[in-house]
Write a protein that binds this ligand. Sequence first.
Ligand code: NDP
Length: 279
Amino acid sequence: MTDRYAVFGNPIGHSQSPRIHSLFAAQTGQDISYQAILAEREGFVAAVSAFIAAGEGPARGANVTVPFKEEAFRLATQRTPRAEAAGAVNTLSFDAGAISGDNTDGAGLVRDLKHNLGCDPSGRRILLLGAGGAARGVILPLLLENPAELVIANRTEETAARLALEFARLPGCAIDVKPDGTGFPGLAGRRFDLVINATSAGLSGAVLPLPTFVFAPRCVAYEMVYGRVTPFMQQARAAGARVADGLGMLVEQAAEAFFIWRGVRPHTAPVLAALKERE
Ligand code: NDP
């Protein structure tokens, strides 16, 4: 019997996850099926239950994307510390009635930075732009890499300040660096070695009010949005930064989920290359 997996979202038509996981499965010789499921806005839990109940083989797990990551967090009967810190779940595992929840977004970002881009966050001055779900999911994994500093800047300053305070007081975590939260005006005169855009501004083509000197010499600028050149990428390039988009993070977070489910870590480079070829 083939083990079944799915990704739930709304919308979901654009999702690359079925392709990524079928390439992982072919590469590692794993017998799985993986489908994209459009869940109604109020129907996430029902859709997951229907997926578990129906089908030929056993349902083993699911990925969860916008707007259901917080609901998936609540649905999980047990959660990893990184999912707890993120307050969101993007990977569910089903086992004999138990539902385990994890969040692989931060691990995916860190892996893309370190292994694909040669940019180790350790010792770097990091600026994280945005304070929504994507930003929240990557803060703990970034802090665990021991950066020199981590500043969270957001259009709504209070959200950044609240998030920074929350992670500065995270219980049970031996983290040396306490994040700092600010609005965009608070970035004046400050420089960073790694600037990560976790806002959704790029989706609407909005320009972020970033001071030019925020990009230090040899800075890496990372845009979480993928599949388009955003104003942030143009700003960063004009300031001399090395620019990457979020496609690598997408593939790496999927690889981490695949590893959780199957116990095998797929090679991501050929999958990333295949997706880039299609862009
Ligand atoms: P949320 O809606 O939770 O948060 C959006 C954030 O963007 C908020 O901080 C918001 O600020 C800020 N923002 C939105 N518009 C603007 C603007 N015009 N100017 C300045 N700030 C703005 O979204 P998510 O955190 O879930 O997602 C953020 C992005 O990350 C999305 O584009 C998503 O595609 C991408 N992403 C990529 C992944 C990958 O694997 N590559 C994984 C996960 C996410 P405010 O608080 O002031 O409203």
